[in-house]
Design a binder for this molecule. Structure first.
Ligand SMILES: *[C@@H]1O[C@H](CO)[C@@H](O)[C@H](O)[C@H]1NC(C)=O
Ligand SMILES: *[C@@H]1O[C@H](CO)[C@@H](O)[C@H](O)[C@H]1NC(C)=O
Ligand SMILES: *[C@@H]1O[C@H](CO)[C@@H](O)[C@H](O)[C@H]1NC(C)=O
Length: 695
């Protein structure tokens, strides 16, 4: 087995591989020279001559663009939509890979409601050109035809009307009655597909067509229009295969997750043909970049669209695959690395660039294990299914394991589309800022040989540029927003032009996304090293002063926005308390790090007690009542809001209250004040958890 591993590595002999040769030999030497009867992993760890940081350097030296490219090629041979036989084959591929590395491997199966197209047609009646069948893009590809998962089956015949991004403000600016029309919208400005369809539905539209614009955009963007996360038939609990509770498809709680009017995606070219043909009032200036080839009119009509949508909902089996590396000292503490595996088509970028990297991190970890390394805490590599339908695989698993994750998970590290192009982009909860910054200084930039990722990242952004995790667009959402687990999301490149289309293939990746696969290797370095630090550092590398400072900034922004009409004093007070506790904790950690060498029972317990407080503080931001109208989302700092202001991607419950009172044109101060208090109490809970004292 290890011979296979080594020979696989040697197909491209470079200096890196000479190093690897050394480690292969060293690995065999250590394996061979080990006494046969080990009592436990613990003995092994204490015997290993290297400190963990030595293994961390070894991890970085095992970088290989070759292995990762081979994994990606295998994963993307066939389209592998969730719930299909080809989807199941990728689960088998990942499982076999983990097993061949001798890692403890597990598969969790769920039965969930997925949605597939049956028959879709679109005809346009142009006033000057007559009737034409349109919207038939990506013909000839052996992939699922462009559709919206969970869009209802139905027919619509109506005048075409352009509504820009489909936001409330767009309809206000448009000023026409879209009732009975087929609304065409461009994707963007943070509007979700489902949100766009619902907004049109609320105005009486008959159907919605969405398109993605961009000079290099190719193909048609598939996607889900379901609201909320996870299996719609088991909201809030895991949809176990045998004998679990399931709601009826006709239950109103299920129906509420889906739009009532049909919708589908169309290509940029189809959209242009429709938009060019419209008459009616002139559109606002800001919309005109979308209508380059037209006379800047948005309809409705005279073009009439005839759209028939037949989509089938089906119960399907999905498979999450795991590799578990048990911790030697704290096996009941988990560091999770997760990526989804299911794809709309071939998935070379989305998501299998991340899967290939996950498999490569597994290869490197298995290698370290041969050298005698065991993590201090348990590391779990997770390969999710059915993310594209609404984070279903991860959400079902999280719901099914909520007790153990809530009490034992240290961090969740997500990588979805690992490589979309050049340059690092990353988001995280703020206690992880310092650690991630530190890690970026340890990994070489994949595109410029003599600098680190940190140099390129900060150079390009003229400083540190970290995003936060209020979006619900990948598998970190259930971990952070439902269970309060500190989380990270990262990727290289942004806004790739073949998103969710038939062109997201190995060919696109090897010609455009990452021709040398060095960006893949760089993500493997960052992701794997980040997990190693979280798994091996005796004291968890969490900085809650960063969190407190970030919360203070958020509060100032909102307070200024409301021009002092409502007091934010309750939040400022609890943030101050959190900051004070965070500073005490840093002192405590410093002292324990100095004592690091001594391993008396007392010191071991002191470290464990501090680590528990560091781990659990994030859970304080959860509120049992969750977000109003969206109670599954429990986190009051990060979560989805009604996007009334795209700059405000924090404190979702307060943002929603402000948005409601703005829309109703009536200052609903009592509701806003109540939400301010709820956030203040959540921050105080985090401070109390970090302090670990009863009041
Ligand atoms: C829009 O048009 C529909 C049908 O043509 C009509 O029933 C509705 O009252 C109109 N809405 C407004 C706000 O004018
Ligand atoms: C719309 O299209 C369907 C299916 O192609 C066709 O049966 C129907 O007659 C069309 N309706 C109109 C009003 O053109
Ligand atoms: C890996 O990178 C090297 C240059 O560092 C390049 O020569 C080689 O072709 C790359 N391998 C793959 C599979 O892209």
């Amino acid at each position: 087995m290890s011979h296979k591993l080594c020979s696989a590595l040697f197909k491209r002999p470079t200096t890196t591989f000479l190093f690897i040769l050394l480690f292969c030999i060293l690995g065999f030497y250590i394996l061979d020279s080990e006494p046969l009867n080990h009592k436990s992993n613990e003995t092994k760890t204490h015997k290993a001559s290297k400190p963990p940081t030595g293994f961390h350097d070894t991890f970085l030296s095992l970088s290989s663009n070759y292995t990762v490219s081979e994994y990606l090629r295998s994963l993307t041979l066939h389209p592998h939509l969730a719930g299909t036989p080809e989807g199941y084959q990728t689960a088998q591929y990942v499982k076999t890979h983990f097993e061949s590395l001798n890692l403890e491997t597990k598969v969790s199966e769920y039965e969930v409601l997925l949605s597939y197209p049956v028959k879709i047609s679109l005809t346009a009646h142009f006033s000057n050109l007559g009737s034409r069948v349109i919207g038939l893009s990506e013909v000839g590809f052996d992939v699922v035809r462009p559709y919206h998962a969970y869009a209802p089956s139905g027919k619509a015949v109506g005048a075409a009307v352009f509504a820009n991004y489909g936001r409330e403000e767009d309809y206000r600016a448009l000023g026409v009655n879209v009732s009975g029309s087929v609304v065409v919208v461009r994707r963007g400005e943070g509007m979700s597909r489902g949100g766009v369809v619902r907004a049109a539905e609320g105005r009486g539209a008959a159907a919605v067509l969405t398109y993605t614009e961009g000079e290099y955009v190719k193909g048609v963007e598939r996607g889900t229009v379901m609201k909320g996360l996870g299996d719609p038939l088991s909201p809030g609990w895991g949809s176990v295969v045998e004998g679990g509770e399931k709601l009826e498809r006709s239950d109103t709680e299920v129906e509420d997750r889906f739009p009532k009017i049909p919708s589908m995606p169309i290509s940029f070219e189809t959209a242009e043909a429709i938009l060019r043909s419209l008459e009616g009032p002139q559109v606002p200036l800001e919309w005109r970049d979308a209508l380059k080839n037209s006379n800047f009119r948005a309809g409705p009509g005279p073009t009439v669209l005839n759209f028939t949508n037949q989509v089938e909902d089906k119960n399907a089996r999905i498979h999450d695959v795991f590799a578990v590396i048990r911790g030697s000292e704290e096996p009941d503490r988990y560091v999770l690395l997760g990526n989804h595996r299911d794809a709309w088509t071939f998935g070379a970028v989305d998501p299998n660039s991340g899967t290939a990297v996950l498999l490569d991190v597994a290869r490197r970890y298995a290698f370290l294990m041969r050298l005698g390394w065991r993590p201090r805490r348990t590391i779990i590599l997770c390969s999710w299914d059915a993310e594209e339908f609404g984070m279903i695989g991860s959400t079902e698993w999280v719901e099914n394991n909520i007790m153990n994750l809530g009490s034992r998970a240290v961090a969740y590290l997500n990588v979805d589309c690992a490589v979309q192009g050049p340059g690092l982009f990353t988001s995280m909860t703020p206690q992880l800022d310092d650690l991630v910054i530190d890690i970026t200084k340890k990994v070489q930039d994949p595109d410029a040989p003599d600098i680190t990722i940190y140099d390129e990242w900060t150079g390009r952004n003229k400083g540190i540029n970290i995003q936060r995790l209020s979006g619900v667009d990948s598998d970190f959402a259930p971990f952070l927003q439902h269970v309060g687990i500190p989380s990270v999301d990262m990727y290289f490149g942004k806004d790739f032009p073949v998103y969710h289309t038939a062109f997201d293939s190995y060919d696109w990746m090897s010609t455009h996304g990452d021709p040398l696969f060095r960006r893949h290797a760089a993500v493997a370095g960052l992701w794997g090293l980040l997990a190693l630090r979280l798994a091996d550092d005796p004291i968890l590398p969490f900085n809650y002063s960063s969190y407190a400072m970030q919360l203070q900034e958020y509060t100032s922004i909102l307070s200024n926005k409301l021009e002092g009409r409502i007091s934010f004093t309750p939040i400022f007070k609890s943030v101050k308390n959190l900051l004070a506790v965070a500073q005490e904790v840093e002192e405590e950690a410093k002292e324990l790090r100095v004592d690091g060498g001594a391993s008396s029972d007392v010191i071991v317990l002191k470290k464990r007690m501090l680590n528990d407080r560091l781990m659990l503080a994030e859970r304080g931001f959860l509120d049992a009542d969750g977000l109003q109208g969206n109670r599954w989302f429990k986190h009051l700092v990060y979560g989805p809001s009604n996007k009334y202001d795209s700059n405000i991607d924090f404190f979702p419950s307060i943002a929603n209250a402000i948005s409601q009172s703005t829309q109703a044109k009536k200052d609903n101060q009592a509701t806003i004040r109540h939400e301010i208090w709820r956030v203040a109490r959540a921050i105080q809970r985090a401070a109390d958890a970090l302090k670990g004292d009863l009041s």
